[in-house]
Design a protein around this ligand. Structure first.
Ligand SMILES: [Zn+2]
Length: 245
């Protein structure tokens, strides 16, 4: 069983059936992260017919400005979701600085709820690694998953000390930093992710299907000098530990 601990199934559009066939044929357990309520309901529906799909509820920082005033209506989704995500901050790609306070408002709401219901969170940290580190400390969160980390190694070490897990994404073997991160992290804290079809496109121009998770697993095994089967098994166990508490 492969683990895709951060995908966006609502991004596949007319290619969704192909993506689902790949997930089934390759046995890829998939955490379907959401951007907002609509995206969560889409994944939740898919999960009713496919046990490989685990829907996660959250509001992406890019959508915070559209959701900050309806947070009270989200509690039921939070209670039923096994992992809260995608949530976080993005001070890099979001250029409208006036939206940062809304991102913080939305994130703090989700972190309070994560604390209240003892949920694992799936965190986007782009350009806001310091702030995320402080918030993890402040809310004393249980084993957060840091999605596609690209900050400094100094903060990475601190996040690791706080019990975080890290999803390694499609830029492995393309990004020196990602390769360094894989080298540094203990395999017991590593997960794999594809982050939807457009992430790989951003890296090398290819449309990303869930099968790319095999390449990522393979590259991790090369960097870690461990057999691929072992890497696959450890990542599976890492994910199970997070999902089953
Ligand atoms: Zn994402």
């Amino acid at each position: 069983m492969y683990i895709d601990a951060h995908n966006h199934l609502d991004f596949y559009g007319e290619d969704l059936n192909k993506a689902l066939t790949i997930i089934n044929e390759n046995n890829i357990e998939t955490l379907a992260c959401s951007m907002d309520e609509e995206s969560y309901l889409f994944s939740r529906k898919l999960s009713e017919k496919n046990s490989l799909i685990i829907p996660a509820f959250g509001v992406h920082p890019w959508r915070a400005h559209e959701n900050y005033n309806k947070l009270e209506s989200f509690e039921e989704y939070i209670k039923e979701t096994s992992i809260i995500g995608e949530i976080g901050l993005d001070f890099h790609w979001v250029l409208e600085k006036e939206r940062y306070s809304l991102q913080l408002k939305v994130l703090k709401y989700f972190l309070e709820e994560a604390k209240k219901y003892n949920k694992v969170t799936n965190l986007h940290t782009k350009g806001a690694e310091d702030e995320i580190l402080d918030l993890i400390k402040k809310y004393d969160l249980r084993t957060p998953i840091i999605h596609w980390y690209s900050g400094s190694l100094e903060i990475l070490k601190k996040l690791l000390d706080m019990g975080c897990y890290f999803t390694i994404s499609v830029d492995i073997s393309y990004s020196k930093l990602t390769d360094e991160i894989v080298k540094y992290l203990p395999i017991e804290r590593i997960l794999t992710e594809t982050d939807g079809p457009t992430a790989l496109e951003w890296v090398n121009g290819e449309y990303g299907y869930p099968s790319y998770i095999k390449n990522i697993t393979k590259e991790i095994s090369a960097i870690k000098r461990l057999p691929e089967e072992e890497v696959k098994e450890v990542i599976y166990n890492n994910f199970k530990k997070l999902i089953e508490i």
